[in-house]
Design a binder for this molecule. Sequence first.
Ligand code: COA
Length: 271
Amino acid sequence: MSVFIPDLLAGKTTFVTGGSSGICLAIAERFAAHGARLMLLGRKQEKLDAAVAGIRAAGGTAESVSADVRDYAAMEAAFARCAELLGPVDILICGAAGNFPAPVNGMSANGFKAVVDIDLLGTFNTCRAAYPHLRKPGASVLSISANHAHQPYAFQSHVCAAKAGVDLLTKTLALEWGPDGIRANIIYPGPIDGTEGMRRLAPSEEARRAVIANTPVGRLGTGEDVANLALFLASEAASYITGSVFACDGGSGLMGARSFQAAFEQAPKER
Ligand code: COA
């Protein structure tokens, strides 16, 4: 089902990291349909070009900038470009993330660092570089985290450590930036169909079926499911909500580590 309130986000500049594909592109497309003006950030210009073309073809406004969230100077330059093209940022979505299934003993220090740097340092860099450009009061930050922030999952030590950090960083922003009129909230998408995350964590039909079997509502989620929640949280309807965590996971988080266990059992044990 799709919620549609025309002009809900009319004229709102929305900056989305990881916005060229998957969940964050679904959010960007939905926001554009509700009148927001999108700036998509990702590492690969060709993916960004395709995403921007899709939003424009649907009648929306979108621009893109290619950068790595691990590079602070590049993030400062990206926000300067956004200011030039679209003005102050009303909504900031921190969605760039990395993942691969590997046990601690099958992961190098650099592998662990890569994911922590993209997810946690990347969220810090994004928010820190965004601050001078956020429209105050009224801006809203959404961090795309995961149930991993409080539930240990085998073969996901890097993601668990990173997402725990993302949650507390986001809640700290809610505290520090609340007086400026900036809200900051956290979304936990569950298993979402068609995403890079699902391709990596449940690459076979068998693993996919096991994930569905451990999702109480009995299906994978869609990008639109997460976009509906993001739309609410970024809108004025959520103006008294900050520092809070919202799962959009069909209840899979309630199943704890079981929800992805079968998928992880197929991951390589050594590297
Ligand atoms: N198992 C174990 N280690 C792995 C691995 C795997 N499947 N995939 C990558 N690594 C290690 C690499 O070996 C490297 O460590 P090393 O230098 O000691 O060999 C380290 O991770 C960094 O890999 P590299 O490919 O150079 O990093 P990158 O910065 O280009 O990519 C990743 C980052 C590894 C997180 C990559 O998976 C990625 O870009 N992901 C983005 C998309 C994504 O994951 N989306 C899903 C989000 S839910």
